[in-house]
Design a protein around this ligand. Structure first.
Ligand SMILES: Cc1cc2nc3c(=O)[nH]c(=O)nc-3n(C[C@H](O)[C@H](O)[C@H](O)COP(=O)(O)OP(=O)(O)OC[C@H]3O[C@@H](n4cnc5c(N)ncnc54)[C@H](O)[C@@H]3O)c2cc1C
Length: 408
């Protein structure tokens, strides 16, 4: 522990401009700490992504930094999730508690774009096209190095650079994402998509061979599919053509009662997000080292099945800024971790159980379809899901130092 770690941070470098990065920068600014963000991609060059749901707890976290209205205004309100079996039987619903902000769904890439725009409007400098490559912790500051041979220096460095975090590589290179056994595909269809508006429902089907979800406001239809895949080879993902993926999905959903086949008929290569392996990080043992800390997916990636990754990233960003506002660097990092770890790992574990249901074989699927109505009627009520969706973060003083973060 150096003397300078016993002082509060006044400046921060934030690596990654996805969700956690811009929210952290906004919250740090609110806390009186100057933050600048470095994002590897230039605006408009990445994919827009498939549908991403921002839950009530995520919107609550965004409200602390005044970014909730932008996201809510552009997203499709999605107060209810309706879960059915491949035979068409409704297995259960998950309703937003009317006292909470209504879940919204929008393309993944749009959330980042809106948060980046909000951060820039509030005066946060974001440098695009700048890929972080390494850092030197001098004990008094951190110097980040980028792929264009430039450097930047600040009191602390925050790794908000996603599930394959390069910053995490400096803390513990042995941590690797875990493959869930599923791949995800999806996209948006503008105009008719062969299905009626879903009236605020996000409809999901545990099909006989794969999982399908969609929502539609009549003008735009968002959809995604999760297909079980035993082993995932990058070459297989890269070399399989659009037509082949469509054929594989049609075969996977051929015997299901849901609308997958009608929707797939309207998918074009332009609006198609190619498949990616669904992964998580069930337990990242060390979140910080010296003046460097991990945030969002870099520290606690949940698989998309939770519908919580972006919401948790926003929550963590606000919590970290609060801790840094009130505590010296080492205590702030440790207190941040102690306030977040149990919650995020619980969400990650629940999503992993959902993934097992999505990849169920025929016998397990029959068991699932028989017992899920009982399970959902008891455990997905607003009272039972309040720990997840009703979580709020008050912008109040943080006074409880955690264990100091001096991990090797
Ligand atoms: C298919 C899919 C569906 C999902 N659906 C949902 C959902 O419905 N609801 C939900 O809440 N979550 C969902 N998620 C998860 C959600 O997208 C993530 O949890 C969330 O984006 C995490 O935010 P983040 O800022 O930590 O990471 P990211 O959003 O991944 O942002 C990391 C950023 O860092 C940048 N970066 C990476 N490396 C570097 C580098 N070396 N230098 C500079 N910049 C770098 C990246 O370009 C990126 O912009 C889904 C994820 C996937 C894959």
């Amino acid at each position: 522990m150096t003397n300078s770690q016993l002082r509060k941070a006044r400046t921060a470098l934030v690596i990654g401009g996805g969700v956690a990065g811009p929210v952290a920068a906004l919250a740090l600014r609110k806390a009186g700490i100057d933050a600048q963000v470095f994002e590897a991609y230039r605006p408009g060059t990445g994919s827009q992504g498939g549908p991403l749901g921002l839950a009530s707890n995520g919107l609550n976290a965004l409200s602390v930094v005044g970014a909730d209205a932008d996201v809510a205004a552009e997203g499709m309100p999605t107060p209810r999730m309706v879960i059915s079996s491949g035979s068409g039987k409704v297995l259960g619903t998950i309703d937003t508690d009317p006292s909470l902000p209504v879940r919204v769904t929008l393309p993944r890439g749009r959330i980042s774009a809106l948060l980046q725009a909000r951060a820039e409007a509030e005066g946060v400098p974001i440098t695009y096209g700048k890929r972080f490559e390494g850092a030197v912790d001098t004990g008094r500051s951190v110097i980040a190095q980028f792929d264009d041979r430039t450097t930047a220096e600040a009191d602390i460095l925050i790794g908000a650079d996603g599930i394959r975090s390069a910053v995490r590589g400096l803390i513990d290179p042995s941590v690797r994402p875990r493959y869930t056994g599923l791949i995800g595909l999806g996209g948006y269809i503008d105009g008719p998509a062969g299905v009626p508006p879903t009236g605020g429902d996000f409809r999901m089907v545990f099909g006989r061979r794969a999982f399908f979800g969609h929502l539609s406001d009549g003008e735009r239809t968002g959809w995604f599919a999760n297909l079980p895949y035993k082993r995932i080879e990058d070459a297989d993902l890269r070399n399989t053509t659009f037509a082949e993926w469509m054929a594989r999905m049609r075969a996977a959903f051929a015997d299901d009662a849901g609308p997958a086949l009608q929707i797939l008929d309207h998918v074009t290569p332009d609006g198609f997000i190619p498949p990616s392996p669904l992964e998580d990080l069930p337990h990242v043992p060390v979140w910080c080292k010296g003046r460097i800390v991990l945030l969002g997916d870099a520290a606690h990636a949940t698989s998309p099945s939770s519908g919580q990754g972006a919401s948790l990233a926003a929550e963590s960003a606000v919590e970290l800024a609060k801790c840094l506002r009130d505590l010296p660097v080492a205590d702030a990092f440790a207190t941040f971790e102690s306030r977040r770890r149990a919650r995020v790992e619980r969400v990650i574990a629940e999503a992993a159980r959902t993934n097992q249901s999505k990849a169920a074989g025929p016998i397990a699927a029959r068991f699932r379809d028989a017992f899920m109505p009982f399970f959902m009627s008891r455990f997905t009520t607003p009272e039972k899901t309040a720990w997840q969706y009703a979580h709020t973060i008050e912008w109040l003083p943080v006074r409880q130092p955690g264990i100091r973060c001096d991990a090797p």
